[in-house]
Ligand binder design. Structure first.
Ligand code: NDP
Length: 389
């Protein structure tokens, strides 16, 4: 096997540069004067190891109820203590089932009064995409740390406003890129970046599913204003984010094609199929697909000079499968499955407790929105678009 490849500095230096504001908060733990400037509260100091931070979930939809709420009992540093919902009966039912007191049920009108609730340290935004910015900003202004679902927002401008609001309030912002906390993906990153696959030449990643707007969770996804875009915003973002975390680099150029089935009412406002290519500084090319028209697919492959790594499914909730193929044959890699939801939620709590910058801060979500915007532009213009660093 080859020596570890020198990791291109672009992604590291990008995150370093991007989180300079957040670094003020990190310095706060060691320099008292900086601490007061960053509005550090006692909650940002180290807590006893058995203490858990209190979380509020905003938006009790499919993902929150089926995946996130059931993950809280698996968390070591986080507990669910409050709910925000427009449906009081549903909220009461979920609160009762999870031991949440009725006083900790909020709606979208009295959301700001969370500022008076000391039980809540972190707010988790699990709303339709176009509501992420407003509820992140209001949450930060209420003095709470924020975790926000992907895509971070529906525009680059909104992403910047979210980052600014959290910095201004001295609160942490993490984007819920769960795959970056998931053990199979973490191993894929390690193998890709430590030279085990040889010199990396290409990455491919495909994400697809059938959009069904007769279901409530897909109704808003077919609405351009609420979703911000089609399959690319919703699931192509997994392909895009994977190429960045696998290579450890930031792309310099994108090319893209978009096609939607003509006369299909599902794609009146949002796109169906996107094919995009990213060129990275080291010369790695990443070729990705994103679709609302093909059977559920969530995979990626990394092509190195010595071996190929296939992860399929790569970004599912459970049951990932990794294969490494080289001249010695194909090997299946066994890795212990763990709840990626519990791992990412606890990561955020740990960052708050120990005053650290999350691994996937707001700047990570902003960068994906910048790239998504460039992909749409490249497809519209029919020519490559350069990405400014
Ligand atoms: P749902 O439609 O199932 O849930 C959204 C919830 O938001 C609703 O149930 C509702 O909760 C609340 N809401 C408030 N206003 C509106 C409105 N005008 N229209 C619709 N809902 C509203 O969507 P998902 O749970 O699938 O997605 C929510 C977010 O989570 C999205 O940003 C999505 O991208 C992300 N997501 C992330 C995944 C991941 O793997 N990381 C997987 C799936 C989704 P209530 O009734 O309580 O008010």
């Amino acid at each position: 096997m080859q020596q570890p490849q020198p990791l291109h500095q672009t992604r590291r230096s990008f995150l370093l540069k991007a989180t300079q504001g957040a670094a003020v908060a990190s310095l706060a733990s060691v320099i008292p004067a900086v601490a007061s400037a960053a509005q550090t509260t006692p909650k940002q100091q180290k807590l006893p190891p058995d203490q858990k931070l209190g979380w509020a979930i905003v938006g009790l939809g499919e993902f929150a109820t089926n995946q996130l709420i059931p993950a809280f009992p698996l968390c070591k540093k986080s507990k669910l203590v409050a709910l925000v919902s427009g449906d009081p009966a549903k909220a009461q039912r979920i609160a009762a089932a999870n031991g949440i007191p009725e006083k900790n049920i909020y709606n979208y009108q009295n959301y700001d009064s969370l500022k008076d609730n000391p039980d809540v340290d972190v707010i988790y935004i699990v709303l339709p995409n176009n509501m992420h910015a407003e509820y992140t900003i209001r949450g930060a202004q209420a003095g709470k740390h924020i975790m926000c679902e992907k895509p971070m927002a529906t525009s680059v401008e909104d992403c910047r406003k979210m980052i600014d609001a959290c910095n201004k309030a001295g609160r942490k912002l993490m984007i819920a890129y769960r795959a970056q906390y998931e053990p199979f993906n973490k191993e894929a990153i390690r193998l890709t970046q430590n030279g085990d696959l040889g010199k990396i030449r290409m990455v491919t990643s495909d994400h697809g599913r059938i959009l069904d707007p007769s279901k409530p969770a897909d109704k808003w996804r077919a609405d351009k204003k609420m979703a911000g875009g089609g399959s690319l915003m919703d699931i192509g973002i997994y392909s895009l984010n994977a190429t960045r975390y696998l290579t450890g680099e930031e792309p310099e150029e994108v090319q893209a094609f978009i096609h939607s089935a003509p006369n299909d009412p599902r794609f009146k406002e949002v796109e169906e199929n996107v094919n995009f290519i990213l060129r990275f500084p080291s010369g790695i090319l990443a070729s990705c697909t994103s679709s609302y028209g093909f059977h559920e697919t969530k995979r990626f492959s990394v092509f190195g000079s010595e071996a190929r790594l296939d992860l399929e499914p790569a970004t599912d909730y459970y049951e990932h499968e990794m294969k490494i193929t080289s001249k010695e044959g194909t090997q299946q890699k066994k890795i212990k499955e763990e709840s990626q939801f519990a791992l990412e939620i606890d990561h955020m709590s740990e960052c708050v407790m120990e005053n650290k910058t999350p691994k996937t801060p707001g700047e990570e979500g902003l960068q994906d929105l910048r790239l998504i915007t460039a992909i749409y532009e490249a497809a519209e213009k029919g020519k490559p678009v350069a990405i400014k660093s």
